[in-house]
Design a protein around this ligand. Sequence first.
Ligand code: H79
Length: 440
Amino acid sequence: VFAQSKDWKEKSIENKEERMQWWKNDRFGMFIHWGLYALPARHEWVQQREQIDHDTYKKKYFDLFNPDLYHPEEWAAAAKEAGMKYVVLTAKHHEGFCLWDTKTSDFNAAKTPYGKDLIKPFVEACRKNDLKIGFYFSVIDWYHPDFLIDNTHPLRNSKDARSKNKDKNMDVFRKYLKDQLRELLSNYGKIDLLFWDFSYPGEDGKGHQDWDSEGLVKMARTLQPNIIMNDRLDLGSDAWGWDYKTPEQFMPQTSPTVNGVKVPWETCQTFSGSWGYHRDENTWKSSNQLIAMLIEVVSKGGNLLLNVGPTARGNFDDRAMERLQEMGKWMRLNSKAIYGCTEAPAGFNKPDNSMLTYNPKTNRLYVHLLQYPFKTLYLPGFKGKVKYAQFLHDNSEIKYSSRSSAKDGEHMTITAGENDLIVDLPVVKPDVQIPVIELI
Ligand code: H79
């Protein structure tokens, strides 16, 4: 109906603002990378990196896949308690293993020793917890026999495998992608988001023609008219082709733009570097860094999609749980400075060692104290713009003055500028990882 009622591209552009509302408000989501690569537990690209052929990969990992601790209600509870509002699960990663019971291939969860569809209970757990639901879907597929072998493929260095490219038919592959997408968007109720991954156009690369990106987007919009999608199908700046940009493990300096105009954006980030469960990685970010990351993203008008890689047994390991809990502890008292917030209006510059977020509906500005100052914080140029100041976590008043109202005397020399505010902070840092001042 959607596709026929009006030119679907036109309609998709018209609806964009409206369908993006929840996402722009919520700001914080959970990415979940789960697949057979959880068993080797050394990066989700392990098959490609170690050039493992499909049969070997299948014998080792598919035949052993039996996640006895898979309880998606626990995933949903962990996301919710961390303050996340949406969850994006890898329905299929590059290895081609499908978490759902698909008719398109036998390489799926229902055919493993586990023997069941993993997507259905996941979707139900999210709905029960009021979490928006997203599917990550890889257009790269190392399993499908008609996928032309290129540099992303495990068999990229095999002359024999490459020589078979001439007998392959990418039309078959494109149909397979559509059949999978149709299942995912027809059999699990309302799906809020699609995370496509990824295009790499060029010689020995693949882009929109290889996937039939336009056909995929059209199908998604037809089956789920309000679904929102990221930008990785190689559709350039065409506004019908995507809703938001997704810098990967990268923090832009300011909001990304297209043709000079700011566009919605989300950075996806990991706890330790890889996306799939990685047992031996020792590069875990601290909860303080992760909270600061969330604040920084919102201070630049973006979203954070923070990844968890569940183990082969299906649970989140303690390192992930600890960090999610710490973030939740901060969010419980400070989420007003995240939800519905964006960058500060022009004219507000951030004070030293801090970041600013702003809620345009309530007109409140938040100063996030990344490094707690000793007694005095200077708010540059804020004079006359503030009626009241308080800590966000306990609504306790914070006093402030300006150069004209503070006394310059023998023991104190006021060095603030004419238009600055001088904020009096308690010497003892409140027991909050990153204290937030709310300016009314
Ligand atoms: O699913 C997670 C990662 O596995 C996947 N995206 C996130 C969300 C991802 N991993 N790497 N990348 C995306 C970018 C990789 C680019 C490269 Fe290449 C692959 C550089 C070299 C090999 C593509 C192919 C670009 C050049 C050749």
